[in-house]
Design a protein around this ligand. Structure first.
Ligand code: SF4
Length: 364
């Protein structure tokens, strides 16, 4: 199956769905960690095709959504410093912080620019030597290596005015935090494919072992996800809890060694704040001492006002899998993709956005 259409062939999907129905006897709850999976599940109506024995819950796998307001407020505070240019991926622009958004800051005159890669941000730094350029390092293990590479390149080229606000998040500690808190009982985990391309399958092994839960790494096409669910159900019915890779065309058990090397060279783990989950030890990345002059938080002194959440927004509960978007009184009324109140409606991979765009009552 090398081409995209082959991952969406209805007859293959029907075969996998029928396998899942045939195998599934026990009532189980499966979590898809990743927002990309949530979107595919909703867009292709996968929840409705599954047997009643399977309950799917969405997890915290959207880096925009899990960025805590306190961190977003830091980015907005940085944008207010004279001669600072904020560079960011587009999704972050509309996310409301405690009191404002980057989009509002830009409208009020702050220099906030959307870039498509860290190389664009570096170029802006080279072209504006009298200004400081801050790149918002928001993302999972998938994006951290490219940001690490940009720091090494800035170092090599002697670019002094390039800085990173490192708000990266690591996925395995977050899933452990969800399982530790016990609010949602899970019997299977759909592990994020793009993150696993970088970290490989080994980091999931301790999750499978410690929590006695099958973990299967999935790609992002409908057939990938159906195959993953079929593998999870097979393990559940056999009483197994192993890590399997359903996304073999992208994921190697060892991960991407070069990407890991560069990431480890530049960053070290640190505690990080997650929306709805608070501080999770070892779930963030900060710049190692050698590269700390690129760290925006150390270079600029920023003291934002105490953070607060949008009134009525339950994004935090949704990200922990405790509630669904339709539990929110604002969903589809006050809060829509055109007028988002919380990050889960802003992000293209947010659960609220997926529910709104592809059917809010699916799978309820
Ligand atoms: S519908 Fe809007 S306000 Fe409600 S949880 Fe989702 S993003 Fe927050």
């Amino acid at each position: 199956m090398r081409f995209i259409t082959e991952f969406r062939r209805p007859e293959l999907a029907e075969g996998l769905i029928s396998q899942i129905h045939h195998k599934s006897k026990t009532a189980v709850r499966l979590m898809e960690f990743c927002g990309g999976h949530t979107v595919t599940i909703f867009r292709y109506g996968i929840r409705q095709a599954l047997p009643k024995t399977l309950e799917m819950v969405s997890g915290p796998g959207c880096p925009v959504c899990v960025t805590a307001n306190a961190d977003l407020d830091k980015a907005i505070a940085l944008s207010q410093i004279p001669d600072v240019i904020i560079t960011t991926f587009g999704d972050m622009l509309k996310v409301p912080g405690s009191y404002s958004s980057l989009q509002e800051a830009k409208a009020s005159g702050a220099d906030v620019r959307v870039v498509y890669s860290t190389m664009d941000a570096l170029k802006i730094a080279e072209e504006n030597p009298d200004k400081s350029v801050v790149f918002l390092g928001i993302g999972f293990e998938t994006t951290a290596p490219t940001i690490a590479a940009s720091i090494l390149m800035a170092q090599d080229k002697g670019i002094q005015n390039y800085h990173v606000l490192s708000l990266h998040k690591l996925c395995p500690p977050a899933i452990r935090a969800i399982l530790d808190c016990g609010e949602v009982r899970l019997q299977g985990l759909i592990c994020p494919g793009h993150v696993s391309v970088i970290i490989g399958s080994h980091p999931w092994e301790s999750v499978a072992r410690d929590y006695n839960i099958p973990c299967v790494i999935s790609g992002f096409e409908p057939l990938d996800i159906l195959q993953c669910i079929s593998m999870l159900v097979a393990q559940v019915e056999k009483g197994e809890s192993r890590v399997e890779i359903a996304y073999r065309r992208g994921v190697h058990p060892e991960g991407n060694r070069e990407a890991l090397k560069i990431m480890e060279q530049v960053f070290e783990p640190c505690p990080a704040q997650w929306r709805g989950m608070g501080e999770i030890p070892g779930s963030g990345l900060k710049l190692r001492g050698k590269y700390r002059h690129f760290d925006a938080e150390l270079v600029f002194s920023i003291v934002p006002e105490p953070a607060c959440e949008p009134e009525g927004c339950i994004c935090g509960d949704i990200l922990r899998g405790v509630k669904t978007p339709t539990d929110c009184l604002l969903f589809g009324k006050v809060c829509t993709p055109e007028h988002p109140v919380g990050p889960c409606m802003v992000s293209s991979e947010g659960s609220c956005s997926a529910y709104y765009l592809y059917g809010g009552s699916f799978g309820e």
